[in-house]
Design a protein around this ligand. Structure first.
Ligand SMILES: Cc1cc2nc3c(=O)[nH]c(=O)nc-3n(C[C@H](O)[C@H](O)[C@H](O)COP(=O)(O)O)c2cc1C
Length: 178
């Protein structure tokens, strides 16, 4: 299946990206096509709430920024993995902007499952991010949650965490959603 990873960390070699790489390695080895986009390096504005997408636009966003190249990836993927550092108990603003901008396409019909990868400094800080993920993605999109992975403190960039994410990627069956 085609798997899109939306990474909201501005650190290319930080713990979030480390988990993303391990996941992508496992998933690729299992035969999946993995497209990983670091949205923190893109220029993506917040939703302008202009409603162009729902009125004249027919699902096309009026804002012409880097999100235009991400829409086709979202619409053509079978699975989307959301990866983010925890900022003030929730997802990074960079990833949040991408989620808000899916307002234009509403529910991406091809996506059947999603997963969440989070890194933080402290433990017990994931509540708001996980609640949002469940309500606005898993329940609203009507998809299967394939897994939630967190790393904090010494778990960040640990071999054990890399192995966990690698194994998760590798465990995804190619025939599952075909
Ligand atoms: C703006 C900002 C807000 C943060 N807020 C939290 C927080 O609420 N709870 C926490 O445990 N860590 C917080 N952190 C720490 C990061 O979540 C942590 O360093 C994480 O491992 C960063 O991952 P990355 O380097 O892969 O982006 C914050 C960091 C920044 C820069």
């Amino acid at each position: 299946m085609k798997i899109l990873v939306l990474n909201g960390s501005p650190h290319a070699n930080g713990p979030t990206s480390d988990m993303v790489k391990a996941f992508a390695e496992g998933a690729s080895e299992a035969g999946h096509e993995v497209v990983s986009i670091n949205v923190a390096y893109k220029s993506i504005k917040g939703c302008a709430a202009c409603e162009y997408c729902h009125n004249q636009g027919n699902g096309v966003c009026a804002q012409k920024d880097d999100m235009q190249a991400i829409y086709p990836e979202i619409l053509s993927s079978d699975m989307i993995v959301f990866a983010s550092p925890i900022y003030y108990f929730t997802l990074s603003a960079q990833l949040q902007a991408v989620i808000h901008r899916t307002y234009a396409v509403d529910i991406p019909k091809n996506v059947k499952k999603t997963a969440l990868i989070l890194s933080s400094g402290s433990q017990f800080v994931y509540g708001p991010a996980i609640a949002q993920y469940y309500q606005s993605i898993v329940e609203y999109w009507g998809v299967e949650n394939a897994g939630i992975f967190t790393a904090n403190g010494d778990q960040n960039k640990s071999e054990a965490k890399r192995r966990e994410l690698y194994r998760f990627g590798k465990s995804l069956r190619t025939e599952e959603v075909l």
